[in-house]
Design a protein around this ligand. Structure first.
Ligand code: FES
Ligand SMILES: [Fe+2]
Length: 397
């Protein structure tokens, strides 16, 4: 897991005006709420007074949880603005200036595609990786389904790698892979991997054999059947893109913004775009089909072991069809080199004992005196190395 990227926090529709919501991302709790202008704000959830949870459940009393654009700690009522600075400490009297250390991390926010995203890291604006741009989002020729959140019990990198894997369709997906493989002719076609146009990941396009879509729902889809072009790519460690060309210019573009909760849990915020069957009446059937396909992947990925991908290629036997997976890992290695990888073993060793951790925010580069410890990060040299040369040489086989 990495700091310094944009992560989905909560769906816009799930963040109301009166109540803060808690989300666990990269192993730590965050709180999201709306300020007086209705803008979403995201802060570290740990109150620096005595560890209250700003987004925690609080059914007692009738005091409001958001006052003058501040989130109110349910324990002793300290009020924190969207900038993370404490504005009021009731025990010393409202309106009296809190000490300078009474501040918590506040993260840059963008609300797009029906999702509240936060930049979880401390880079100044000019140096930040971008949030993925869905170029066709406002294009009237395209239609977006409402955001679907898939909650899965596995590590986010396993999930991303599954999306970059052209060899699993025939085995996992009766919906769009030929289940009865022709042993005489079958193999995964060769493909090239390039950089993704938005600069923070990889991309590949691949042709595979697929049965024609069946049923009344798909009668307008004009799927030619037999062959399907699909492309997949990445943007940062946690965003995956899939483009499915079903023929005659008809496309799905699918965006998976993944929220790593911890090592064993991921929430996938899924935006599905299409440029055919754009009647809103088709949203339901398309949702239903996507859920069925996702469930096929989930069943297999639930059992993959170990939870995290190994850091050495001696622990796996990688084939040419794993080329896109390795290209993704090469990008992760670049993020390792920047020193953005969380030292998860050190984090889990100390987290939740007498230490609370926070993802460092940009303000930490401008001022000192932060109460909550920053996430431990791996020095770049300690991180994983991956290279396309990890793939087995099958030329002699
Ligand atoms: S712990 Fe938050 S106000 Fe005391
Ligand atoms: Fe799949």
């Amino acid at each position: 897991m990495y700091i310094n990227f944009w992560y989905p926090i909560i769906r816009s529709e799930d963040l109301g005006p009166d109540k803060p919501e808690r989300a666990k991302v990269l192993g730590v709790n965050l709180v999201a709420f709306r300020d007086q202008e209705g803008n979403a704000r995201v802060l570290s959830d740990t109150c620096v007074h005595r560890g209250g949870s700003l987004g925690g459940a609080w059914e007692l009393g009738s005091n409001p949880r958001i006052v003058n654009g501040c989130v109110v700690c349910p324990y002793h009522g300290w009020e924190f603005g969207g900038d993370g600075v404490c504005k009021n400490i009731p025990s010393i009297g409202y309106g009296k200036k809190p000490p300078a250390r009474a501040k918590i991390d506040s993260y840059p926010v963008q609300e797009k595609y029906g999702i509240v995203f936060a930049f979880l890291g401390d880079l100044p604006e000019a140096e930040r990786p971008t949030l993925l741009e869905i170029e066709e989002y406002e294009d009237p020729a395209w239609r977006a389904n409402t955001v679907l959140v898939l909650e899965v019990d596995y590590y986010y990198e396993r999930s991303i790698e599954n999306g970059l894997d052209p060899a699993h369709n025939e085995f996992v997906h009766p919906t769009h892979g030929y289940q009865a493989i022709n042993r005489e002719t079958y193999s995964v076609r060769d493909f090239d991997v390039t950089d993704y146009a938005q600069g923070w990941g990889m991309w590949f396009l691949h042709k595979f054999d697929a049965p024609p879509l069946k049923g009344e729902t798909w009668k307008d889809a004009k799927a030619e059947g037999g062959e399907l072009y699909a492309g997949s790519g990445t943007h940062g460690p946690n965003t995956m893109i899939t483009e499915i060309n079903i023929g005659k210019g008809q496309k799905f573009r699918q965006y998976f913004f993944e929220q790593p909760v911890d090592e064993g849990k991921t929430n996938i915020f899924f935006v599905n775009m299409r440029n055919f069957m754009t009647d809103p009446k088709m949203d339901g059937p398309i949702h239903a089909r996507n859920k069925i396909i996702a469930q096929q992947d989930i069943e297999v990925l639930n059992d993959v072991w170990p939870p995290r991908t190994p850091t050495s290629n001696t622990k796996e036997v990688l084939m040419p069809a794993d080329k896109a997976v390795v290209a993704y890992r090469e990008w992760l290695s670049r993020f390792d080199e920047k020193g953005w990888r969380i030292d998860w073993d050190e984090f889990t060793r100390r987290n939740g004992k007498e230490t609370a951790f926070a993802i460092p925010s940009p303000a930490r580069r401008e001022s000192g005196n932060w109460v909550v410890e920053p996430m431990p990060l791996l020095k770049s040299r300690a991180a994983r190395k991956s290279a396309l040369s990890d793939i087995e040489d099958i030329s002699a086989a």
